[in-house]
Design a protein around this ligand. Structure first.
Ligand code: ADP
Ligand code: MG
Length: 396
């Protein structure tokens, strides 16, 4: 267990207190948004496909007050880098570092036509950073929730406005932070419901809530944060994205979502490049695995999702080539010690794997994974169980 699993209740007074110490006043309120773990459907979002994230119990908290001017002062309990800038200075690449995610949301709200003012803001995040659990969207969505309430934008009401707010946060991450991510993370943080996985159709932004009650099935979802390096802003993610665009262009479709699973072999036969072929095979089969997972969960057959996790991992390892030795070992060892299924999750090249494990086998799987990492000279992984938590909200 890690600091990431600290109780949600504990972080609220901490962030308000940190705000007071930094700015010398009491914040107007505290807002929070969760990290997410994607159950299945990886690198499908920017292909107009399907994905199935849950909101994590781990959240990022933001204590915020409005300012009467257009200055933005940003602090984080997790970072020594502080910011004091004008809203008009926010643009692609500025501010650099973590401030881009927070200031970027204010910028994107203004771009969307909302009336924005400056803020004083203190962040305290429980979501491990760079672990593939989307601390970046948790940060954006906590800031967005605060701005919505404090500036009376009314973007936290029904799912329709939350969808609009998610798009604003995506714009902030894409444009200001320069990370070409799809829409899954922000949707998970804003549109999830506790006890349900979020089926997100990235072609039209529609969602469905899919039952995900682990305890009722005697199962746990184990997150294994490998702590291996992972950076979405580097070139690999963009390369995968552009391979998928190449494939869609060659197949004369608007996105790989338009390639039906039944037509996959035919489509592959029309792609001369073996790498582009493999990328396409991953995306099309992965979207099909999301469909099958959802059908099984709706039929109350959660344990049967396990083999789909394994097939998903193999596809990411072999066809999409986004795994790494740490992720492969976590998956293999979890399976060898009683997991029903395991796969890497998130953007890849490090970060976290997940395993669906009978509750009584969870401690054994955790011990075995930690031991296997030690035996191979990898860093110590952080293993913790999660359930489907709450979306962005006002806390106090
Ligand atoms: P992930 O979203 O998987 O955690 P990213 O690389 O997308 O990884 O986002 C991580 C970045 O988000 C960090 O490098 C930092 O800039 C920012 N960030 C997230 N949480 C915090 C926080 N609590 N305080 C400061 N910055 C944060
Ligand atoms: Mg991220």
């Amino acid at each position: 267990m890690s600091a990431a699993s600290a109780s949600a209740e504990a972080a609220e007074p901490t962030v308000a207190q940190a705000f007071s110490e930094a700015f010398g006043t009491v914040p107007s309120g505290v807002w929070s948004a969760p990290g997410r773990v994607n159950l299945i459907g990886e690198h499908t979002d920017y292909n107009g496909g399907l994905c199935l994230p849950i909101a994590l119990p781990q959240r990022t908290y933001a204590a915020v007050s409005l300012r009467p001017d257009r200055r933005v002062r940003l602090r984080s309990v997790q970072s020594s880098q502080t910011y004091d800038l004008g809203l008009d200075e926010v643009r692609a690449g500025n501010p650099p570092g973590w401030g881009a995610y927070a200031a970027g949301v204010l910028w994107a709200l203004e771009q969307a036509g909302h009336q924005i003012s400056g803020v004083d803001l203190m962040v305290d995040g429980q979501v491990p950073v760079g672990a593939g659990l989307s601390s970046s969207a948790a940060l954006e969505c906590a800031v967005a929730a605060a701005a919505s309430d404090l500036m009376a934008l009314d973007l936290l009401g029904d799912d329709g406005v939350r969808e609009a707010l998610a798009a604003i946060c995506v714009n902030a991450e894409n444009t200001i932070a320069g990370a070409p991510t799809g829409g899954m993370d922000q949707s998970a943080a804003l549109r999830s419901q506790p006890g349900f996985a979020l089926l997100l159709d990235c072609r039209d932004g529609s969602i469905a809530q899919v039952p995900f009650d682990l305890a009722a099935h005697g199962l746990s979802l184990l997150v294994m944060d490998t702590r291996a390096k992972h950076a979405l802003v580097d070139g690999q993610y963009a390369q995968r994205r552009s391979s998928c665009q190449d494939a869609a262009r060659q197949l004369d479709v608007s996105s790989l979502r338009e390639v039906a699973f039944a037509d996959l072999d035919d489509a592959l036969g029309r792609l001369p490049d073996s790498v582009v072929r493999a990328r396409t095979r991953h995306v099309v089969t992965e979207i099909e695995r999301v469909r099958q997972s959802v059908a099984l969960l709706r039929a109350d057959r959660m344990a049967d999702v396990g083999p789909l996790f394994n097939a998903s991992h193999a596809s990411m390892r072999d066809d999409f080539e986004i795994s790494c030795p740490e992720l492969d070992v976590a998956v293999e060892v979890a399976m060898a010690h009683g997991a029903l299924g395991a796969r890497m999750t998130g953007g890849g090249f490090g970060g976290s794997a997940i395993a669906l494990v009978p509750v009584e086998r969870t401690a054994g799987v955790t011990r075995a994974v930690i031991q296997a990492f030690a035996d191979r000279g990898f860093g110590t992984p952080d293993c913790f169980t999660v359930t489907a938590g709450e979306p962005a909200r006002r806390d106090s």
